[in-house]
Design a protein around this ligand. Structure first.
Ligand code: IPM
Ligand code: MG
Length: 371
């Protein structure tokens, strides 16, 4: 393969650089066997960008991302920047980047790997076989709605945020969810709070209408409080969960705990053009530099990049198979309880890179049908 893929790499803060390094290791290993060239360009985002340039998303980083076919991001944030106003915090850099790249559909797969069933906080009989994807709307809702701010009124302060959704915003992300469901078990659960919120009533209306174009996909609606409960009670019954920005943020952390560790969960944020790939976990300031970070979520995000941005399904599947194989062998970073002594971030990266190369070098390795 002679293709050249340009990837913007934004390691960010905290453990971001440590986990990103391992994901790049896996890409370089794939380059060695399959031959495509990955061109990496590194940029600043989040707290490190604030320290260097005073803003969380410098123009240079935007330009690097605009010239790339995909963006890999580590993590942003940390206690050092916690007292700043929301619009100049590290997180603002990530939110601006999502807007700039116009990535409106955030896919967060949560799959319980058989060898980790006992690591989950839930009983094995409840979680075994869990395989769901949260499709989170990423460019709208209360994260971006106006009016917003802290205002003074009648001698006291008032904090205001606004949940807004336009029909077109719901439509485009709903189409993504139904299309994804067609490649999976053909079920969409749309999650809202239509018993209380107008924005949710509109959401439900639009999703129902879009769903009529997909008669082969079953559609159910759940209120978000009920969904939070059902995720714990019957996680295997979910296939695609479609929801708004804030509910998706919350439910994806909950879904992460079904799998045992948030250190395992990747994400892909997709729009019409670009793709942004990042682990669901944060910058974990408490373990920075201790070689304890689990790189699997970022490595699995790179698998999603190969699948969705570069259409390299076999390579994507090889990474996923490698992650499972390495976990089955008993290798564990400290976030995952195990019988053996925990291994370091880079050791985990090496094992997965080696196993990926093995799978790719075997002509017998063929990907299963996957989204
Ligand atoms: C996530 C994170 C971000 C979000 C933060 C860091 C802004 O929690 O990606 O889930 O709320 O979207
Ligand atoms: Mg979150």
């Amino acid at each position: 393969m002679n293709a050249i893929f340009k990837i913007a790499v934004l390691p960010g803060d905290g453990i971001g650089p440590e986990v990103t390094e391992e994901a790049l290791k896996v890409l370089r290993a794939i380059e060695g066997v399959l031959g495509p060239k990955f061109r990496f360009q590194t940029g600043l985002v989040g707290g490190c960008a604030i320290d260097a340039t005073a803003v969380p998303l410098p123009p240079e980083t935007i330009s690097i991302c605009n010239h790339a076919q995909a963006v890999l991001l580590g993590a942003v944030g940390g206690p050092r920047w916690d007292s700043r106003r929301p619009d100049s915090r590290p997180e603002a850099g990530l939110l601006q980047l999502r807007q700039r790249l116009r990535v409106y559909a955030n896919l967060r797969p949560a799959r319980v790997i058989d060898s980790l069933v006992s690591v989950s906080a839930l009983k094995p009989a409840v979680v075994r076989g869990t395989d769901l994807v949260i499709v989170r709307e990423l460019m709208g809702g209360i994260y971006f709605g106006n009016p917003r701010g802290i205002f003074s009124k009648n001698g006291e302060r008032m904090g205001v945020n606004t949940e807004v959704y336009h029909e077109s915003e719901v439509e485009r992300v709903a189409h993504r969810a139904f299309q994804l469901a067609r490649q999976r078990r053909r079920k969409v659960t749309s999650v809202d709070k239509a018993n209380v919120l107008e924005s949710s009533r509109l959401w439900r209306d639009v999703v129902t209408r879009v769903g009529q174009a997909y008669p082969d996909v079953a559609l159910e609606h759940l209120y978000v409080d009920n969904c939070a409960m059902q995720l714990i009670a019957r996680p295997t019954s979910f296939d695609v969960i479609l929801t708004n920005n804030i509910f998706g943020d919350i439910l994806s952390d909950e879904a992460a705990m079904l799998t045992g560790s948030i250190g395992l969960l990747p994400s892909a944020s997709l729009g019409e053009r670009s793709g942004l790939y990042e682990p669901v976990h944060g910058s974990a300031p408490d373990i920075v530099g201790k070689k304890r970070a689990n790189p699997i979520a970022t490595i699995a995000s790179v698998a999603l990049m190969l699948r969705y941005s570069f259409h390299m399904e076999r390579a994507a599947a090889a990474i996923e198979a490698a992650i499972e194989k390495v976990l089955r062998s008993g290798a564990r970073t400290p976030d995952l309880p195990g019988r053996k002594r925990a291994i370091t971030t880079s050791r985990m990266g090496n094992l997965i890179a080696e196993a990926t190369v093995k799978f790719l070098s075997s002509p017998r390795f063929l990907p299963k049908e996957k989204p």
